[in-house]
Design a protein around this ligand. Structure first.
Ligand code: MTE
Ligand code: MO
Length: 256
């Protein structure tokens, strides 16, 4: 397993600055004028989420591309295979025994097999993925809108966040996790994807299910999603910052 190395906040900011520098050097005028770029810079500078929301309307759709724009190969980044006994057993049976579990502050906790998820309404979108490590790629994702799942489990009124728990632990035993708020959870492009480029999601890209939340940076898009938990706050989850990388200093709101 490729290890996830913590960058730390200083290094993260340096990377962010390098990335913006690279874009300028490359003469990416069109990129640098895009709202994601402003959002990225302002988040790196610690501008509050409220101000960020004034800059980038959250209801806006992320740009969608065409088949002709697809990257020849969608990269694998971070964990390449969770490599735990539990995960390897699921792979062995081609995820026939896998079930997505949804609980927390909901009226109707539920479990969905992969077949059940595939029977639900789906959305397909061709979007660009931007990683803070300095690469982007365009891929075609198909999956079930998160809103469809949320409607079935009926969140309690005090619920504020949706947390995604992944199958991959780091060398300290801390599992990857991420979270989004309800505004993003009900956004039409927020999907739980089971296909990439018309094929079942490869292990490297998060099989059998990964989150796509298209107006945010790559680290928000949890791969290997096993369990979804609805919460009012992050107090009881890991270091309480709402995500694996957030616990190490990354911004929680990674809007682009
Ligand atoms: N479970 C899990 N999800 C994850 C990661 C990871 O290491 N583990 N890496 C994140 C980062 S930083 C990026 S850029 C994307 C990479 O997705 P890809 O491997 O499909 O390119 O997944 C994100 N989601
Ligand atoms: Mo990333």
């Amino acid at each position: 397993m490729k290890k996830r190395i913590s960058l730390g906040r200083r290094q993260f900011l340096t990377r962010a600055a390098q990335l913006s520098g690279l874009l300028f050097l490359a003469g990416c005028d069109s990129l640098s004028q895009k709202p994601w770029f402003e959002g990225f810079l302002s988040s790196a500078e610690g501008v509050t989420r409220r101000v960020q929301r004034l800059i980038t309307p959250r209801k806006a759709m992320a740009r969608e591309f065409t088949e002709a724009d697809l990257s020849p190969l969608f990269p694998v980044n971070g964990t390449e295979n969770p490599d735990t006994d539990e995960y390897l057993a699921l792979v062995e049976n081609r995820f026939a025994d896998w079930q997505l579990e949804i609980g927390g502050l909901v009226e109707q906790p539920a479990r969905f097999s992969l077949a059940a998820l595939r029977r639900l309404p789906s959305r397909t979108q061709i979007t660009r993925h931007d990683c803070v490590e300095g690469w982007s790629a365009i891929g075609k994702w198909k999956g079930v809108p998160l809103s469809v799942i949320l409607d079935q489990v009926r969140p309690h009124p005090q619920t504020r966040y949706v947390v995604f728990h992944s199958a991959d632990p780091d060398e300290m035993g801390q599992y990857y996790y991420e979270s989004i708020d309800f505004e993003d959870a009900y956004h039409p492009q927020t999907i739980l994807a089971y296909d990439l480029n018309d094929q079942p999601l490869p292990i490297g890209n998060g099989a059998p299910l990964r989150l796509r939340v298209e107006r945010q940076l790559g680290y928000k898009m949890a791969k290997y999603v096993m369990r979804i938990e609805l919460v009012e706050n992050f107090d009881s989850i890991a270091d309480g910052k709402g995500g694996y990388w957030e616990d190490q200093g990354y911004e929680w709101y990674a809007g682009i």
